[in-house]
Write a protein that binds this ligand. Structure first.
Ligand SMILES: Nc1ncnc2c1ncn2[C@@H]1O[C@H](COP(=O)(O)OP(=O)(O)OP(=O)(O)O)[C@@H](O)[C@H]1O
Length: 250
């Protein structure tokens, strides 16, 4: 079943036409990687999937995007609710200057949940899912900013998971991390896929090959090739894909 469906998506920043007629579908419980050279539109497309571009001056989008069958740009959609369903993790870990507990409980408190037991259960579940619980269970009331970069990123993943999204968007989630933390995030992605549909932007082609089921190669706002990851990396159909994955440009 299609979890995400984009039909003829075009996007503009002012006069700059940065996404050109992008159509693709993603199945539930899969990991899709977006690759391509800097400025090709990967992040813009990712941000279209939870309407993060809505408030950028001069930004305009055409075409439709459906997630779980719902038109996410429909007038009736409440963007805050959409962003709970479609969580996002950014390149640089961005925990709030609050305790680990408060970071993870944040979205639930915004929803008005005050019950201590419910919050405690959700925080533990989310930290377990983010593979951080064992490291922080005795220091939940310490500042999240006292953690390492890799741990902070997993706090951010736990914060996104706490509100029970169906979809997780990750914009270069490991690019600011050391190799050990990167490996942890990659292992985590493989585990999370059982419960979530994941889209990841990465500059690291080995990472795309390791973590994703399907890969989309973008170039100058066009979706050049979209295929099973193994196929795209071993048998690219398009010459530009081949040139990019073999490092001839990028
Ligand atoms: N907030 C913005 N305002 C104006 N133009 C933008 C904005 N964000 C991105 N752009 C432009 O849109 C185009 C696509 O950028 P985007 O960030 O989506 O590419 P990308 O493939 O994710 O690049 P990178 O790998 O460097 O992050 C670029 O030409 C960029 O300059």
């Amino acid at each position: 079943m299609k979890h995400i469906e984009a039909n003829n998506v075009n996007a503009y920043y002012g006069e700059n036409h940065v996404l050109k007629d992008i159509s693709l579908t993603m199945k539930a419980n899969t990991v899709t990687a977006f690759i391509g050279p800097s400025g090709c539109g990967k992040s813009t497309f990712l941000r279209c999937l939870n309407r993060m571009n809505d408030y950028i001056d001069g930004f305009r989008k055409e075409g439709d995007i459906f997630i779980e069958g719902n038109d996410i740009y429909d007038k009736k959609v409440r963007v805050e609710e959409l962003r709970q369903k479609v969580g996002m993790v950014f390149q640089k870990p961005n925990p709030f200057p609050k305790t680990i507990f408060e970071n993870v409980a944040y979205g639930l408190k915004i929803q008005g949940i005050k019950n201590k037991n419910i919050l405690e259960e959700a925080v533990e579940r989310s930290l377990q899912q983010a593979a951080l619980w064992n490291e922080v269970k005795d220091s939940l009331h310490k500042s999240a900013l006292s953690l390492s970069g890799g741990q902070q990123q997993r706090v951010c993943i736990a914060r996104a998971l706490a509100v029970e999204p169906s979809t997780l968007l990750m914009d270069e989630p490991a690019s600011a991390l050391d190799p050990i933390s990167t490996a942890k995030i990659e292992d985590l992605i493989a585990e999370l896929k059982d419960n979530y549909t994941i889209v990841i932007v990465t500059h690291n082609m080995q990472q795309a090959a390791r973590v994703s089921d399907k890969t989309a190669f973008f170039y100058m706002g066009n979706l050049i090739e979209y295929d099973k990851t193994k196929e795209l990396f071993t048998n690219p159909k398009n010459e530009r894909t081949e040139n990019y994955i073999t490092g001839r440009f990028g």
